[in-house]
Design a protein around this ligand. Structure first.
Ligand code: G3I
Length: 348
């Protein structure tokens, strides 16, 4: 039975997963480690390369968990996606508290950001294929004010100039790593007006960055989907990828999962055949993969966890409860989505 990485190799595509380091180390759960090693050719640290983990106290670094993932990847001939240099979530307490109580000025904050990016990129230099340099810097249409805008802690304190700075600092520390902007809900374009279309806003942002010589190499489309949103149209997704690659950028799907609302009538463990939500989930996985396979500059297709046993979804989506978001069920049995993904890779 061909592995996902074996099937993807025919297309020159890297297929990957986010890795939960606690699960990887859990000797009582050996199938987790075995599946990561055998099925995937690229890995992303789900949490251990985030600022709160890497620099828990100012200036002292906790490299061990991330170094462990790098060593695992090297042993299994896997490339590594670095996630994430700049994000407004999972920042260490000393940073957010220092800014909140005014002991860290915006001027000093910019130096702290530069030093963090420089230290992290230098530490992992030569071991990271793609860096998610900046993550989720752009608002959603339902945010207020409704006009799409730069959002979050970094833009509030440094203005949106931090984005170009982050890419320049990362490039100065590693001349080879591919530097990505990463975001969600940018799978397709909407109105084409940046005021109400997040994808258009991101498109114009990265176009401007490229045109002003900022060293950005790619755009990561996270691909967190829900079956209740119905199926995307493959052509709309392919068109979106092509508009980004026509800018000279690479693309990647970086965090794909397709969650289902666990409302009555659908239980975890239903067979792949009778469960309508597993059908819809499989459909959406196939649509994103088909679009990626249609564009040679779509470099990788990474799922955000591969088994329902270790998925962020049930913790984060509780009302109504959601789940069933990944390729394998809680017992590591293949789900319909895995079959669709393998079929896409084998026959397209
Ligand atoms: O490790 C600590 C543990 O020591 C502590 O006891 C426990 C209780 O607070 O928390 C643990 O940390 C949790 C961490 O996951 C590891 O399990 C954090 O609280 C929790 O917030 C964190 O959630 C992560 C989430 O990002 C936070 O925003 C998810 O695992 C992770 O899958 C999710 O990933 C994000 C991407 O980075 C960016 N794109 C969206 C995606 C989904 O939100």
């Amino acid at each position: 039975e061909q592995s996902l990485r074996g099937l993807a190799q025919r297309h020159g595509l890297q297929i990957g997963t986010a890795v939960d380091m606690a699960a990887l180390a859990d000797t009582a759960d050996p199938q987790y480690r075995a599946t990561v090693a055998s099925q995937f050719s690229t890995v992303t640290a789900e949490n251990v390369m985030k600022w709160e983990v890497l620099e828990p106290t100012r200036g002292t670094y906790n490299w061990a968990p991330a170094d462990e993932l790098i060593a695992f990847a090297q042993r299994n001939r896997q490339s590594v996606r670095g996630h994430v240099l700049v994000w407004h979530n999972q920042l260490p307490g000393w940073l957010t508290a220092g800014v909140a109580d005014g002991s860290i000025s915006d001027t000093e904050l910019r130096v702290i950001l530069r030093d963090h990016i420089t230290a992290v990129v230098k530490h992992f230099k030569g071991k990271i294929w793609q860096w998610d340099v900046v993550n989720e810097a752009v608002s959603d249409p339902w945010d207020s004010p409704p006009a799409i805008h730069y959002k979050g802690f970094w833009a509030q304190h440094l203005g949106d100039g931090y984005i170009a700075d982050a890419f320049r600092w990362a490039r100065a520390a590693d001349a080879k790593a591919l530097l990505f902007y990463n975001d969600y809900n940018i799978e397709v374009f909407g109105s084409g007006n940046a005021a109400d279309d997040k994808t258009q806003f991101v498109y114009e942002m990265v176009k401007r960055l490229r045109e002003t010589g900022v060293p950005i190499d790619g755009v990561g489309s996270q691909g967190h989907l829900g079956t209740q949103y119905g199926n995307y149209d493959t052509f709309q997704v392919s068109d979106a990828l092509r508009r980004f690659t026509d800018l000279g950028l690479a693309t990647a799907f970086t965090e794909v999962d397709v969650r289902s609302q666990m409302t009555a009538g659908v239980q975890a463990g239903d067979s792949n055949e009778i469960n309508p939500r597993l059908q819809a989930s499989a459909g959406n996985f196939g649509i994103l993969l088909q679009a990626c396979l249609s564009n040679r500059h779509c470099l990788s297709f990474t799922v955000w966890g591969f088994t329902d046993r270790h998925s962020w979804v049930p913790t984060w989506f509780t009302n109504p409860p959601e789940g069933l978001a990944t390729l394998y069920d809680e017992a590591y049995q293949p789900k319909r989505a895995l079959g669709i993904v393998k079929a896409e890779l084998a026959f397209s």
